[in-house]
Design a binder for this molecule. Structure first.
Ligand code: G3H
Ligand code: 13P
Ligand code: ZN
Length: 350
């Protein structure tokens, strides 16, 4: 199966009432772990690469690994997504390379750190939407700012400093025409999200619910959705790591979000923890080993286990065969004739 449009994956998820995990990758083993989990659970899936990942893998390595994934797992609908694009140029280069979806994170300036004002965000996102939709490519925007910093990207702070304003979300969707919208409801990137066990009222679910009611056609995205499981933290620490005590987003909160329009759920940190724990364990217990396969294989298996669990929890499991993929050309036509329109004032006219 060729790489599929993310919009189609999310439209199907909305019909089925489930969410689709978007997992970050930098190398072959991570892509293999995701595709094996998708095959085992019969899941459609989003594979995403940050700017850092594209730099690390020199773009073409990553892209050809994704083509291999599409070829070797023909029964799995898989979208390839640019995570946190920081500028029009980043998104354009991803589209030129063959990504089927891009995120224009206009909540931050091109430095990836400084929050933008609303008009700046609308302007750059609208430009990306115009360019991408003319080419059948999906666009995710962001309104409100996530907390935390990952690899230099992020505004820092807790996730509650720039929570999304529902009125702004509606105006943003109307003026940009994004397919999917990341909103800030209190999550942050990385392992250190909450310093005590979240009690169910940590995330601004009322905001999410209101935005979904007012924007029923715009798929909502939850970033910073790792659960940072204690057992994965413990493995890292048992074998020489030094992670401070921390809590992530409870899976039940994500599942509540899925009931209210969340269709894409971003997970990176949990997989990083699983990989690191597995590698540490092998090297700690077998200090004589030096063949990378001896630790990369258990690391890949550990990531596959996490991804499999999330695919089941998000509800995407079992849905890979529900639909046949549309071509990117068909998506282009859908944007051109208005059938894929999401703007509140125009959607439904077709
Ligand atoms: O949102 C950030 C993702 O976890 C990717 O992180 O920029 O370190 O690759 P990265
Ligand atoms: P985590 O750090 O919670 O895994 O979030 C990843 C993410 O949002 C990538 O865009
Ligand atoms: Zn993110």
């Amino acid at each position: 199966m060729p790489l599929v449009s993310m919009r189609q994956l999310l439209d199907e998820a909305a019909k089925g009432g489930y969410g689709v995990g978007a997992f970050n990758v930098n190398n072959m083993e991570q892509i293999q772990a995701i595709m094996e989990a998708a095959r085992a659970t019969k899941s459609p899936v989003i594979v995403q690469a940050s700017r850092g990942a594209r730099q690390y893998s020199q773009d073409n390595f990553l892209y050809h690994l994704m083509l291999a994934a599409a070829e070797l797992y023909p029964e799995i609908p898989v979208a390839m997504h640019q995570d946190h694009g920081n500028s029009f140029e980043t998104c354009k280069s991803a589209i030129e390379l063959g990504f089927t979806s891009v995120m224009m994170d206009g909540s931050l300036k091109a430095d990836g750190k400084t929050p933008t004002d609303f008009e700046e965000n609308v302007e750059v996102t609208r430009k990306v939407v115009e360019y991408a939709h003319e080419r059948g490519v999906t666009v995710e925007g962001e309104i409100g700012v996530l907390g935390g910093i990952e690899d230099g990207h992020g505004a820092g702070g807790t996730g509650l400093e720039h929570v999304t304003d529902p009125d702004q979300a509606v105006e943003f969707a109307e003026r940009t025409g994004v397919d999917a919208l990341a909103i800030a409801i209190g999550t942050s990137h990385g392992a250190y999200k909450f310093s005590k066990k979240p009690d169910g009222s940590v995330l601004k679910m009322d905001i999410l619910i209101e935005i979904h009611k007012r924007l029923p056609r715009t798929h909502l995205v939850m970033h910073g959705s790792s659960s940072v499981p204690k057992d994965l933290q413990d493995i890292v620490n048992k074998y020489g790591g030094h992670l401070k005590e921390t809590w992530g987003v409870p899976v039940e909160e994500i599942q509540l979000g899925i009931k209210h329009g969340v269709r894409k759920i971003n997970v990176d940190t949990d997989n990083r923890l699983a990989i690191t724990g597995a590698i540490r364990k092998v090297l700690f217990e077998n200090p004589e080993k030096f063949d990378p396969r001896d630790y990369n294989k258990p690391a890949r298996e550990a990531m596959q286990k996490v991804v499999t669990e999330r695919m089941t929890q998000f509800g995407q499991a079992g849905n890979a065969g529900d639909y046949s993929p549309k071509t990117i050309e068909e998506m282009r036509e859908g944007y051109a004739d208005g059938t894929l329109e999401t703007r509140p004032s125009l959607a439904g006219a077709h």
